[in-house]
Design a protein around this ligand. Sequence first.
Ligand SMILES: Nc1nc2c(ncn2[C@@H]2O[C@H](COP(=O)(O)OP(=O)(O)OP(=O)(O)O)[C@@H](O)[C@H]2O)c(=O)[nH]1
Ligand SMILES: [Mg+2]
Ligand SMILES: [Zn+2]
Length: 339
Amino acid sequence: MSYNKYSEELPNRSKKRVLVKTPKNTKANLISARVTAIISKSIYVKTDDNQEYEAILRGVINSTNRESSLIAVGDYVKIIPSDNHQKQSNLPLCTIEQIEKRTTSLSRKSSGYEPFEQIIASNITNVMILVATVNPDYNLKLIDRIVISAELNNLNPIICVNKIDLIDLEEIREDFRIYQDHGIDVHFISVYNKINLQALLDALNGKEVALIGQSGVGKSTLVNWLFASELQKTNEISSFNFKGKHTTSFVKMFDYNFDNKIEFKIVDSPGIKEFGIWGLEKSDLPFYFKEFEDYSISCKFQPCTHTHEPGCAVIQAVEDEKIRPIRYQSYLNILDSLE
Ligand SMILES: Nc1nc2c(ncn2[C@@H]2O[C@H](COP(=O)(O)OP(=O)(O)OP(=O)(O)O)[C@@H](O)[C@H]2O)c(=O)[nH]1
Ligand SMILES: [Mg+2]
Ligand SMILES: [Zn+2]
């Protein structure tokens, strides 16, 4: 099988396309489970009664996920347990016979010759974009891309700004105001100094959250703090370029439960370098820049791409500093990247 060709360590699309075929005589033995981790070539699933298995995909598998990653963390699957155990981990083995249709997914455009929808996590409710104040510096354009991708996929974005112990918060607040204006929760935290973590926990209660962000922002540090244990390896950032070292190389879902009072699922994922939006029509892009709306109704040409048209009220608003130039640049940058 070649389903494990990796691009930035996330599951790639199967080269061997999926035959939709229901396996014979086995339906009665099928057990429901959920994919909890994909680590290198191994897939891990957990059943409703918390039995873990290491899974292999059947050669012929029932799946509706034809245009995207064949299997992703968060997928609901049907498995058949086998009597064998994995030699090293001693986990029982199973085969995945069927992959259920995804209700939601956080995805991006794969980088590569033949782009496809690369699923980071599926069947979740929220996307938490973790950034750092510095080391590495946050990238507003990257945040915009992930926010749009979340909204496009009916997922609620949450922005979390970590490492506030390293700067004067008042100097950066303004950069995040636009997201708050658009109703997005923004948390300013320090995992190191335990600042604003309780409010974050409260906000996560009842949700299933994919954690995404550049390398070195503290995704795994946050996961380790949540579970008061070194579940995930972390690494100091490079003293040479202040970037992360891409420490986490796999996707894994964790269950958080504090006294049954706060309960959520969180998915740690590898640090991203870039984020291509999958499935967005060029003509829909302006609607994701909600602050454009007040002006775009006054554009001379309708519809207006707000790029070159004479009498464009959005361009005028940028010139008048009513729209932040960085947001407009972000718009142009994304527009340019869409087919
Ligand atoms: N100053 C400061 N450093 C932090 C904080 N949280 C995490 N770090 C440090 O940031 C570095 C990177 O943290 P990781 O948790 O490995 O980052 P990551 O996002 O998981 O990175 P990848 O796995 O490479 O994507 C580590 O040295 C952490 O100790 C914080 O609140 N303040
Ligand atoms: Mg990590
Ligand atoms: Zn316009």
